[in-house]
Ligand binder design. Structure first.
Ligand code: GRF
Length: 195
């Protein structure tokens, strides 16, 4: 199973996935890492793991559709089966969503449908809830709206600030994403479909 990863930033989740592949707990073949941000630190992380990287910007294309058609070409060229979004800060359009229906997943730092979109951790603190969490879901063309595959709760302690809560959430993400991908791939190869 050949996996592409899309990310716009730091890439700690991409790194967790690549680490899980290296240690054998995730039986996927990382095909490439794509970023819409040529300067994103994730690209160097991926290269450190010997993974091919590609980057181009939507604004260099006539439309979102053209941009996604180029991406689709790339995915085909690398024989990609699944796509994992990891901090990819764009909504996917119908070109990609249709071509990879039920084979694109995303990780989001809240218990969706609570706190979709940007700064989910800040939103949770603002709302003064006593727990938040991590969601892994299929991607459709909405903002964090696809069917939920797995969620895990993260308690918010009194006095938690953005940094401390982000650390707790990230440590769950780094375990949960590779684990869930492994489960998904295994289930799908056995004909079990989560939805
Ligand atoms: C993660 O919190 C993920 O849930 C969200 O974006 C963040 C990406 O972080 N979608 P990183 O680039 O993987 O460190």
């Amino acid at each position: 199973m050949r996996l592409a990863m899309f990310a716009s930033g730091t890439g700690s989740n991409v790194e967790a996935i690549l680490q899980a592949v290296r240690s054998g707990t995730l039986e996927a073949e990382p095909a490439l890492v794509f970023s819409d941000q040529p300067e994103a630190p994730v690209l160097e992380k991926a290269r450190d793991y010997g993974i091919d990287t590609h980057t181009f910007k939507p604004r260099d294309f006539a439309s979102k559709q053209h941009y996604e058609e180029e991406l689709l070409q790339l995915l085909k060229q690398y024989h990609v089966d699944w796509v994992a979004l990891a901090g990819y800060m764009r909504l996917l359009g119908p070109t990609l969503v249709t071509a990879y229906d039920q084979r694109i997943v995303n990780i989001h730092p809240s218990l969706l449908p609570a706190f979709p979109g940007l700064d989910a951790i800040g939103q949770a603190l603002e709302a003064e809830v006593n727990e938040t969490g991590v969601t892994i879901h299929y991607v459709d063309d909405g903002m964090d709206t696809g069917a939920v595959i797995r969620q895990e709760t993260v308690p918010i302690a009194e006095g938690d600030m953005k940094d401390s809560l982000a650390k707790k959430v990230q440590s769950v993400e780094h375990r949960l994403y590779p684990q869930t991908l492994q489960q998904l791939l295994k289930d799908r190869s056995e004909g079990v479909h989560h939805k």
